[in-house]
Design a protein around this ligand. Sequence first.
Ligand SMILES: [Zn+2]
Length: 368
Amino acid sequence: MFARHFFFFLPLLILSCALAACAPRTSRPTIDPKQTADEVLIQKELVARDYAERERRLHRVAAPLLMRNADLCGDKVKGFTGLYVAQRDAFEDEWRSSVSKIYGLDGRIHVVEVLPDTPAERVGVRVGDVVLALDGTELTQNRKGLYRFQEAMEDQADKGAFSLTLERDGARQEVRVTPVPACDYPVVFEGKEEVNAYATGTHILITKGMVRFCGKDDELAVAMAHELAHNTMGHIDAQAANRMAGTAVDAVFAVLGVRTNRAFTRLGDGAFSQEFEHEADYVGQYYAARAGFDISVAGEFWRRMAVDSPEAITESYTHPTTPERYVALEAARAEIERKKALGEPLVPEMKPSPSPAEPAKAETKKKR
Ligand SMILES: [Zn+2]
């Protein structure tokens, strides 16, 4: 019995002796736990402030991109106000007090962001205003009231103008907000550190790491415009359809007893992926230029991406980081600059739609 215990504890004994040999040997000043607790709050507030600033930057860049390309987004358009609101209890317990401090939240529904050059800014809505009513209907000043208001304001923004009753410096005032059309592909901020961006078909996701990577707003606009183009050009649905077609072929072979190891699914997945990438670059250049951004940064931006994160920006198919991409981006820029100089409309050049009466001709065009 003793022997068994001895052999069990012997390694632990050796380990503790070894660790003791490596333990720190200085005698440092005693730390006040209260000071440590205060420092936790300070650091949390810094993290929350950093997060909020990056998210605000993302919204500032996204707004002109979505507003000024509304006429190219087909029926995927919604009413946009440029107004963001928050309520203290909508934040997780861990962050509630830090975020409340940053935005000055007191339990009521507060305006926390008003984007420049948007309908909300034009009628004088300010950060810090408390929203009391929408079209005369008083809001419940709690978390549920916030959600109900956000939903109602979105609905109303699609229909047309609406009034907001605000409280500022203790006084009530009313403003009438007239939303403008914007592409209905909301840009979502993801708190991840990786440098990445995605198009989902309905949304655009940009990571915190990507916001940091883009030193200039113009670069952030280029990344966002590329993803917007994936959505508007239907690449996500097309890729899913190609993948399904491949899966169907794999299934046929499986029935015949031939193992394909999903080769056709992978083939379908990759079909046109490079072309889709080039198309997203080309159309994205137009979107960014139309929103007033400097698109001359695009080539250098994708070069830096290639160096820094060769694996980054995937929507499950690869982005070309080839010299061809750089040259193509510069060619698109030259086309846009030429149109600007001639006062021509800034719209991407599209292939003529195939005429049902002349299928053979359309096929030849596609191959070229
Ligand atoms: Zn892409």
